[in-house]
Design a protein around this ligand. Structure first.
Ligand SMILES: Nc1ncnc2c1ncn2[C@@H]1O[C@H](COP(=O)(O)OP(=O)(O)OP(=O)(O)O)[C@@H](O)[C@H]1O
Length: 270
């Protein structure tokens, strides 16, 4: 009998990246290793400037590391891999302002797809993000949250098995952010994707993920790998109030602050 495929979706080994500018070298990553299993949602949580985006760019094949290796589905990354969706924070710059919403989504599809398939995938992705009625509008006619939904639809239309997100909800207001977080939890199941999401928001990292990888200040190293046992059905109010969530938040905050883990609180204090 053939066993289940246990090849990790993402395997990063001993990654090092440095930037050299005007005779000055900034070491951003130095010996970072990380694994993400298929269908997992993992948040990379780290302080500003620690190298989160650089790590994500290495995963996306947008930057070659100076040392070490990135493998996706067991294959070394060399250039932008197939089966990948990417969503960045700055939706304003990632959408084409003169094109309709539908065209913006279609724009992300491989050139060799036939017209009927393109239309079907675009319609399905817009439906998934609740924008079926906005297909003919232009980005400038939409709110920030709606524009970010278009960016997510564009990634989904590619039917990625790996979605990389770089602070995707950092530019929208708190209520819209909560809606987009719940949208991600839903589409992650519908599209059966592995998700790697970069954030410096502790609550968001716990709410969204199966695992939070806490990174140190630059050069980013893995400080802790926190399993998030909150179940699949999450709710913005009750999940965030739960004992497990509150304790994970304290642990992540302490690890981010000085690398120390917070002790389990006594039951009568919560
Ligand atoms: N192309 C580049 N050239 C020179 N330095 C760079 C370049 N890209 C990033 N850096 C530097 O590398 C460091 C890490 O940047 P990176 O964007 O990866 O961090 P980050 O953790 O994502 O930060 P933030 O949370 O603030 O977005 C920063 O000091 C940044 O200035």
């Amino acid at each position: 009998m053939k066993g289940a495929d246990v090849t990790p979706m993402v395997e990063v080994t001993d990654l090092a990246v440095a930037f050299r500018e005007a005779g000055h070298t900034t070491t951003v990553l130095d010996g970072l290793s990380l694994r993400v299993a298929r269908d997992e949602v993992v948040c990379l949580l780290g302080p500003s400037g620690c190298g989160k985006s650089t790590l994500l760019r290495c995963l996306a094949g947008l930057r070659a590391p100076d040392r070490g290796e990135v493998r996706l589905r067991g294959e070394p990354v060399a250039g932008v891999p197939d089966g990948l969706g990417v969503v960045f924070q700055d939706y304003g710059r990632s959408l084409l302002p003169w094109s309709t919403v539908a065209r913006n989504v279609d724009f992300g599809l491989p050139a060799d797809l036939d017209r009927a398939t393109r239309r079907a995938r675009t319609a399905q992705a817009l439906e998934a993000v609740g924008l079926a009625d906005a297909a003919a509008r232009r980005p400038g006619q939409l709110s920030g949250g709606m524009q970010q939904r278009v960016a997510i639809a564009r990634a989904l239309a590619r039917r990625p098995d790996l979605l990389l997100m770089d602070e995707p909800f950092a530019s929208v207001d708190a209520l819209t952010r909560a809606d987009l977080e719940d949208l991600l939890l839903r589409v992650r199941r519908e599209y059966a994707m592995t998700v790697v999401l970069v954030t410096h928001d502790i609550d968001e990292s716990i709410y969204l993920s199966d695992r939070v990888v806490v990174l140190s200040p630059r050069p980013a190293a893995v400080v802790a790998d926190l399993a998030v046992d909150l179940g699949g059905d999450r709710d913005q109010i009750t999940t965030r109030e739960s004992h497990a969530f509150v304790h994970l938040r304290a642990r992540a905050a302490s690890l981010l602050r000085d690398g120390s883990d917070a002790p389990e609180p006594a039951q009568d204090t919560v």
